[in-house]
Design a protein around this ligand. Structure first.
Ligand code: RIB
Length: 313
């Protein structure tokens, strides 16, 4: 077991989240009255960076924000968490990424992202900081940056022998196989269905195994499917396949639960635990993120995760 804090490199998005609570998701053409809007830090990359840091990692982020008040607030917030933001570039004449989030009574969310500066993160931003690939244990990626950038990061990580985790969110239909070539891919069920083009009609379990296996066939060493309230499913390249049971919590808002999950997986694997134990810890981190409104504000600490795991062994 590694005792030094694991060094996690996150290359990903930073958004300001504009959140409204709604009694129900509006149907197309419908208007519903919701709560007042709250503004809070988010972005899948930044959420994962915050979670990884709170869970015991030492995190560095490569990202971009715009030259505006949101960008300044978000970058400062990450620095206050202890994250190394020296490689978070302020991009002139570009707005910071913004996410418009609706959260319904069940805590389910719908999100539209205006990418802004996230789309200005280029492969060159990755190549310029190649030395970071020698200084970190694990690379964490998502799909809120341009694909060529994510691909460049995967290529460099493989060259430098860095463990790679890809949270393929938001999912895309034409998902290139090159992006699958990571140590762990961790979609939720909806994302896995979009990535593989397979849809569950019935027999949920069968389709879970099918989509995860397809991701392995396309190049991933391991696939860890986030099943929400059903826990997670681990499928390994050597054919091993098992379900990891969920934790029971009071759900307030599921936003960024997947980000906490991926961060938990990254930190735990970097600390030297196996996939099974890491998926358990990731389940606990994801569950805890559902108990509080917001994204970064809801990311759990290592202590909270430990308590939940002891409480529900
Ligand atoms: O995963 C949740 C995140 O998705 C939100 O914080 C929002 O910014 C979007 O990126």
């Amino acid at each position: 077991m590694v005792t030094e804090p694991p060094r996690i490199l996150v290359i990903g998005s930073i958004n300001m989240d504009l959140v409204v609570r709604t009694p129900a998701m509006p149907a197309p053409g419908e208007t519903v009255l919701g709560s007042d809007v709250t503004t809070s830090p988010g972005g899948k990359g930044a959420n994962q960076a915050v979670a990884a840091q709170r869970l015991g990692g030492m995190v560095t982020m490569i990202a971009r924000v715009g030259d505006d008040a949101f960008g300044e607030t978000l970058k400062n917030g990450l620095a206050e968490e202890g994250i190394d933001v020296a490689y978070v570039t302020v991009t002139e004449s570009t707005p910071t990424g913004v996410a418009f989030i609706m959260v319904d009574r069940q805590g389910e969310n719908s999100i539209v992202v205006a990418s802004g500066a996230n789309h200005a993160v280029t492969p060159d931003d990755v190549y310029t900081h190649e030395q970071l690939f020698d200084e970190h244990d694990v690379l964490v990626l998502q799909l809120e940056l341009p694909c060529p950038t994510v691909r460049a990061a995967i290529d460099l990580a493989r060259r430098h022998g860095l463990k790679t985790l890809l949270d393929p969110a938001p999912a895309m239909k034409q998902f290139p196989d090159e992006l699958c070539c990571v140590d762990v891919i961790s979609p939720n069920v909806n994302e896995a269905e979009i990535l593989t083009g397979k849809k569950a009609v019935e027999e949920r379990d069968r389709i879970d195994k099918l989509v995860a296996s397809e991701l392995i066939q396309r190049g991933a060493k391991n696939a860890v499917l986030k099943l929400g309230s059903r826990g997670s499913l681990v499928v390994c390249a050597d054919g091993h396949m098992y379900r990891v049971p969920p934790y029971k919590v009071e759900v307030v808002d599921t936003t960024a639960a997947g980000d906490a999950f991926t961060a938990g997986l990254a930190v735990s694997l970097a600390q030297g635990r196996g996939l099974h134990e890491s998926a358990r810890l990731a389940n606990a981190a994801g569950s805890l993120a559902c108990t509080t409104l917001g994204a970064q504000s809801a990311m759990p600490t290592a202590y909270q995760v430990k308590m939940l795991m002891e409480d529900q062994p």
